[in-house]
Design a protein around this ligand. Structure first.
Ligand code: GLA
Length: 420
């Protein structure tokens, strides 16, 4: 009864993606579990500015963390069970701490269980000695391609590395290099969880952005070496606008994993003439020489996108550093075209949004962001054009698809943190 009232109270928040204050979250925990929170953590979602479907090809990406994400509150219990509740989901789970394994029917707690399991496997010194009462809240729109699942994984990895191996976490966090290494480890735990507990063979971009985000900066990450740089996003008079298709077609693991396999086929076929580990090793000049070796026409298109996108991403980052925002915008648009024509991950909804955006004066560039099919576009829009952008793109999109789009002006936030 208590819980039912509680969900009713907070349901409108979830729909509007509003943040909740730490006080509201603490109260929510007390209402759900009848006791006080011991700790609270937050990890953000992300938007990728450019560098799409390059991460699992050993290429570069350029995402930034957002100021919305996932919160985790916990308190130890004496029952040797993990109790999982979420303010966004009705399902409640109770799992014995010695029986952690994937739960059937795409249970949402798998994103948490996977991280806890993987921490223990990657770090034999890590021990889960007690049970926990755990509460999540997320305000990343689900299925929008803004990494709600990565936020949940990274916040869980942050909380449970601390609970399961505290000494080591203190040591890691004692210096700048240690902190960076720790955050990278959180991203790798999250990625392994996605592979093993959700069956999506994703790259590391989403979890990395959630772990290593920095306010007002994007992350230029080499997904092969995991070296990265925070690049200031200084856009005078221009905003990053995210537009949500609210499209029912989400990138399912099947379509995503197909792309991963098609790129592997291209690597195998190219390696007959030039041995490579990843498509991202190829420059556009190399491509002109080796493309003939790819006999599979689908694999050839996929590889052409990756090689072009890796070069575009490097050029775009350089352009941003030099304040050439118009060029950055053009490269974003070129990225969408390549994802549409060669990678074939856009679809009617994302294409309608991008095409409408390209027609608006004051839009520097617009592209799909994230895995694709449904989800969101990201656009650079001059301040004075934002209202017109929303009105025109919203109307064109509704005409083309019958759906209503949502617009968010992105605020670039910090990576995962303990809040209390
Ligand atoms: C999803 C995956 C990422 C990345 C993007 C496409 O978000 O989780 O690893 O591959 O798609 O760039």
């Amino acid at each position: 009864m208590y819980i039912c009232i509680f969900f009713c109270i907070f349901a409108p928040n979830n729909k509007n993606y509003l943040p909740m204050t730490t006080q509201e979250l603490n109260q929510a925990f007390e209402q759900v579990y009848g006791r006080k929170t011991e700790k609270m953590f937050f990890a953000p979602g992300r938007v990728n500015l450019i560098g799409e479907h390059t991460d699992y090809n050993g290429g570069c990406v350029f995402p930034c963390a957002l100021n919305f994400g996932a919160w985790l509150l916990l308190a130890k219990n004496a029952d040797k069970v993990l109790r999982f509740r979420s303010l966004n989901m009705d399902e409640v789970y109770e799992i014995a701490i010695n029986a952690i394994k994937p739960q059937p029917n795409r249970a949402w707690c798998n994103y948490a269980l996977g991280c806890i399991d993987i921490i223990a496997r990657r770090h034999p010194e890590a021990k889960l000695e007690s049970g926990y009462d755990i509460l999540y809240y997320g305000n990343v729109p689900a299925g929008a391609g803004l990494s709600s699942s990565a936020a949940m994984e990274v916040v869980t990895a942050r909380a449970f590395t601390e609970e399961m191996m505290k000494g080591l976490v203190d040591e890691w966090m004692s210096g700048l290099e240690g902190d960076k290494a720790y955050r990278t480890e959180l991203a790798l735990i999250g990625q392994a969880c996605e592979h093993e507990y959700a069956g999506v063979m994703c790259g590391v971009m989403d979890q990395f952005a959630s772990a290593q985000g920095k306010k007002d900066h994007a992350i230029y990450l080499n997904c092969d070496t995991l070296e990265f740089e925070h690049v200031p996003v200084k856009l005078n008079g221009i905003k990053v606008v995210i537009t949500n298709t609210h499209s029912p077609h989400h990138l399912d693991s099947g379509a995503y994993n197909d792309r991963v396999r098609q790129c592997q086929t291209a690597v195998e076929q190219i390696s007959r003439v030039k041995p490579i580990k990843f498509l991202a090793e190829l420059s556009p000049e190399d491509w002109a020489e080796v493309e003939i070796a790819i006999t599979d026409p689908i694999a050839k298109k996929r590889a052409r996108h990756v090689v072009g996108e890796v070069a575009r991403t490097a050029e775009a980052v350089e352009a941003l550093k030099q304040g050439k925002i118009e060029l950055f915008g053009k490269l974003m648009t070129a990225s969408h075209v390549s994802l549409r024509d060669d990678y074939e991950v856009t679809g009617k909804e994302l294409d309608s949004l991008a095409q409408a955006a390209w027609q608006v004066d004051g839009v520097l560039g617009s592209r799909m962001t994230g895995g694709g099919f449904g989800g969101c576009t990201v656009s650079l829009v001059r301040d004075e054009a934002i209202e017109n952008f929303k009105a025109f793109v919203g109307a064109e999109y509704e005409k083309a698809t019958g759906l209503k789009a949502d617009f968010y002006v992105a605020e670039i936030g910090d990576g995962v943190a303990r809040l209390a």
